[in-house]
Design a binder for this molecule. Structure first.
Ligand SMILES: Cc1cc2nc3c(=O)[nH]c(=O)nc-3n(C[C@H](O)[C@H](O)[C@H](O)COP(=O)(O)O)c2cc1C
Ligand SMILES: [Mn+2]
Length: 498
């Protein structure tokens, strides 16, 4: 059974000793984040801060703050429905294959592929979101409008000392395309005052595409709603590189093997998770921009201030006893790294479907989602490692990848010592390095321009004839099996283990 909401997930974690409750009064400005950072760095438990306060505003908040819920391989796997008793992280590979069967995540290129996709889409309807009435939606137990709307009543964290203000860090931002397709993306919200926030949508993301569509059609406003909480798979789905033609509720429904229950907002017609803790309903005014940031980001640096759309909150709906979910991003390892690792596993079959030579790939935590990808391939023709780089740079959010490293099939791409050994010893920079350019993640601060710059591919595979290496290529060292077997027999007697 899938989790219905965040509190069910917290209960499961609690029953496995994976939650620590913190009863001490701690400030939402920097203190709670510093505790969460230390615990994340130690790969520690999920945290529920029971008494968040703001000394600056002279208030204590009537709701606890939940953090680090996804902050380990185990918890992330459980969030996506892996059985806590019998399963482990590797089950995500199984889940990934199921997903591929159910959702045609790869763009079908052949007619047969198209037909399969259509048939699959019919089955998919059963996984789409299911609308429930407001009276059945815990997210609408309380409705605040007009002067009752006050973002200052939420325990919104300021996570790093140089931040431009407090930020809502785990929001599910719901928008709609003009054709009616919903999109759920995670974009941070800087709280400006009681009723307005920034809306930090990068131009490449689906929410920004929707906004451009509404603007081009001449609308003055676009409805936006933001859910905090909901079931853990839906929270993850908002961060996943789901192709634009598939809405994240449906993706989550497939992950959960159960539809996501949604409810229509009170003041706009967007659908939000019915089991969310808190929902901010509102709109953006087309063309209105405001300075947002800086913000201590998951690169481990501040992302610079920039101009972003403004979210006007028209109503707040919530449970009668809400739990405020938050995360702190920063230098890895942090909670969101495990979300990135889940994406790495869940999207492996998609990558393999498009590049059959790929055996596996790895996104190192230090590369925070988009700065590095290591591909392990079965190389069969000259230039194939370069095909992999070019393909990677053309795929969805993989296009941002700044460093692509390609290794042979006999190298474990998850073992960075093996990868480094091959890179440092096999690579001739004049032959094996490709410097290319294209879109970069908005958060990249090293490139000369925002969201655009250079990338590097490193081919650390053994050159094939026809790739320009004209000398003999030596074998990697390996002891002969007979000698290994003999020494295995003698080993204990040599007394070297003690
Ligand atoms: C904790 C966290 C914070 C994020 N913050 C932002 C953000 O502020 N702006 C943004 O555009 N993407 C942000 N992302 C990345 C997007 O959520 C992610 O790329 C997602 O796939 C975008 O979905 P979309 O293409 O449907 O818009 C964040 C991801 C995580 C895990
Ligand atoms: Mn999307």
């Amino acid at each position: 059974m899938a989790f219905r909401d965040l509190r069910e997930f917290v209960q499961l974690l609690e029953s496995h000793g994976e939650v620590r409750r913190v009863p001490a009064e701690l400030d939402v400005r920097l203190e709670i984040p510093e505790v969460a950072d230390r615990v994340s760095k130690r790969h520690g438990p999920a945290l529920v801060f029971e008494r968040p306060v703001s000394r600056e505003a002279g208030r204590s908040f009537g709701m606890p703050v939940a953090m680090n819920l996804f902050g380990s391989y185990r918890r992330m796997a459980w969030a996506l429905g892996v059985d806590p008793q019998t399963g482990d992280w590797r089950d995500l590979d199984v889940k990934a294959r199921e997903l591929m069967d159910k959702v045609p995540l790869d763009a079908p290129s052949s007619l047969k592929g198209k037909l399969d996709a259509l048939i699959g889409l019919k089955d998919l309807a059963a996984s789409g979101p299911r609308e429930v009435k407001g009276s059945k939606a815990p997210a609408q137990q309380a409705v605040l409008r007009g002067h009752e709307v006050d973002l200052g009543a939420l325990p919104v964290l300021t996570t790093w000392p140089g931040d431009g203000g407090p930020f809502i860090t785990l929001p599910l931002v719901v928008t709609r395309s003009l054709s009616g397709r919903l999109n759920v993306g995670m974009y941070r919200l800087q709280v400006f005052d009681e009723r307005t926030t920034g809306l930090h949508i990068h131009e490449h993301h689906d929410g920004a595409k929707n906004l451009r569509e509404w603007a081009a059609a001449g609308h003055e406003t676009m409805p936006v709603s933001v859910a905090l909480g909901g079931d853990p798979a839906t929270i993850y789905a908002a961060t996943a590189p789901v192709p634009p033609m598939i809405d994240e509720y449906l993706f989550s429904g497939v992950l959960r093997s159960e539809p996501v229950e949604v409810v229509r907002c009170v003041t706009n017609d967007l659908l939000v998770p019915a089991h969310a803790e808190i929902v901010l309903e509102g709109h953006v005014r087309i063309g209105e921009l405001r300075r947002e940031g800086p913000f201590g980001d998951h690169t481990g640096y501040y992302s610079l201030a920039g101009d972003f759309p403004v979210f006007h909150v028209d109503a707040i709906t919530m449970r009668s006893d809400p739990l405020y979910p938050a995360t702190i991003v920063g230098r890895p390892p942090m909670e969101d790294c495990y979300m990135a690792k889940a994406t790495e596993r869940l999207f492996l079959p998609v990558i393999k479907a498009m590049m059959p030579e790929v055996i596996d790939y790895d996104l190192p935590l230090e590369g925070v989602f988009h700065n590095c990808a290591i591909f392990q391939i079965k190389k069969e023709f000259p230039g194939q490692a370069f095909r992999v780089m070019n393909f990677a740079w053309s795929m969805g959010q993989m296009m941002f990848t700044k460093f692509v490293i390609v290794v042979d099939e006999d190298v474990d791409c998850h073992d960075y010592s093996q990868v480094a050994w091959r890179c440092f010893n096999n690579v001739d920079p004049s032959r094996d390095v490709l410097v290319s350019k294209g879109p970069l993640d908005r958060l990249d601060h090293a490139s000369n321009y925002e969201s655009f710059g250079f990338k590097m591919g490193i081919d650390a595979t053994k050159p094939l004839p026809g790739e320009g290496h004209l000398r003999e290529w030596p074998d990697a060292l390996e002891m002969s099996p007979e000698v290994k077997a003999r020494i295995d027999e003698l080993w204990e007697g040599l007394g070297l283990d003690s």
